[in-house]
Write a protein that binds this ligand. Sequence first.
Ligand SMILES: NC(=O)C1=CN([C@@H]2O[C@H](COP(=O)(O)OP(=O)(O)OC[C@H]3O[C@@H](n4cnc5c(N)ncnc54)[C@H](O)[C@@H]3O)[C@@H](O)[C@H]2O)[C@H](O)CC1
Ligand SMILES: [K+]
Length: 505
Amino acid sequence: MKILSVDQIHDLDQSTIKSEPIAPINLMERAALAFVNWFADRFPDTTPTKIFCGLGNNGGDGLAIARLLLEREYPVEVHVVRYAPRESDDFMHNHRRLKLVIETINYIESEKDLPAIRHNEVVIDAILGSGLTRPTEGIVKTTVDAINRAPATVVAVDIASGLYADQPNATTDVIIEPDYTVSFQLPKLAFMLPRNGPYVGDWHLVDIRLHKRFIDQAPTNFFFTQPHEARLLLHKRDRYANKGTFGHALLLAGSYGKIGAAVLASRACLRSGVGLLTVQIPRCGYAILQTAVPEAMCRPDSHQNILTGLLDHEVSEQGSPAPADYSVVGIGPGLGKAPETLTMLRQLLPTLSKPMVIDADALNLLAENRDLLSLLPPNSILTPHPKEFERLTSQWTHDYQKLTLLRDFAQQYQVVVVLKGAHSAVATPQGDVHFNATGNPGLSTGGTGDVLTGVLTALLAQGYDPVEAAVLGVYAHGLAGDTVAEERGPIGMIASDLVDALRWR
Ligand SMILES: NC(=O)C1=CN([C@@H]2O[C@H](COP(=O)(O)OP(=O)(O)OC[C@H]3O[C@@H](n4cnc5c(N)ncnc54)[C@H](O)[C@@H]3O)[C@@H](O)[C@H]2O)[C@H](O)CC1
Ligand SMILES: [K+]
């Protein structure tokens, strides 16, 4: 699903109005009805509801929502924040219609007009929408502040008042902090950025049948992966396939005290459909890996505690293939940053031409030796968490800057970057960014990144296009997290649970 800019959403509105055709006031009615249907599914018709409206079309939506809720016999109070002398046409239209069915419309011009808000009430925020052009100030700011301080549940219409849909807010801006945002049809870029969490809450989309052809043709670099889109990426399995069909992956992972990372990545790789898996680990991990993951083959490193890339010929079979002979190489989980391991990485990279997967300490080694970045095989997948990405690039002051760094990095080095976090972002060598829909805070625990590395390595081994592998892998990994969280709650989740919860269908 595409994420469009505010300007594009405005044009989409106009295009919908012209092409259907539909009168603007009827499109507003459609939007209000979609909101009310969502609302009525969550809140019973006994819920005391205070609707705060601005004077533009977001306020117009609020007035229409008030009328539709009154029709359904919700106890509704309407408060219009009168911050400017002029209202939009569709606001005026809905104002006239509402006056016919409601006893009073309240106006907030100064602080003394603010109503008390109690904890059992729901506040609907329809003060400002995507038309925001400047920070909240004066009575708007005072009202937003009062709503944020109130103990009630807050639902934002389209977007929280004061939050820019596609550009950074200042840290001093006063913005509604909703429990829910109910947005019209397409998500806003602002919803994808972790630091906006308090200003978005739990967000939902309601369909208002905006002009489909316009959306199909609209250019954008930003996408949100929906479940059905992720599932379409899944390759069907041929009935006559054999294990050779699904590739042979080589994982380079583990160091003394971190063999568990190699185990997690290996198990996840096997659970994600790889044909054959070989793992190179330090000798200290040999018995552990062979016991914990009997399905994997083991290449013991000549070093006892770290990876050096040299094989222990006492234990490993004669004539082991070179890393380049495997379908894919995944490197990083539990690796450590020993000088010998850096030497291994330095020698390995120029020998590889197929896309590889690079995670954890392999990323930290790249960050400390940035000359290695130009040796990465094109279309390789890098999976940094924000701190690792900062080491690879530079510090950022807000999420939009981080997004620019992310796109620039992926384009400069022609790699796929999975920036992990809430709504993990997959940046492509072409400059696109795909935000993920799945996952929860339970994933912030040791080892979940190792699981992702295993998943992505398996998908590349099976011949998935690297961008598709990243989008699908991140989706499936997050979904496994959601499945586990549903069962035992996010607090009790551990990375091994994720491996067991991976589902490919
Ligand atoms: N396609 C859709 O998604 C539809 C959206 N609808 C709703 O329309 C709003 C956008 O409406 P618009 O009138 O363009 O803007 P706002 O209501 O957000 O703002 C009104 C007006 O206020 C001025 N303004 C900007 N910043 C401030 C500020 N900080 N303080 C005071 N005033 C400010 C500015 O002049 C704005 O124009 C969208 O969010 C949806 O809710 C349609 O109803 C249906 C289709
Ligand atoms: K709003």
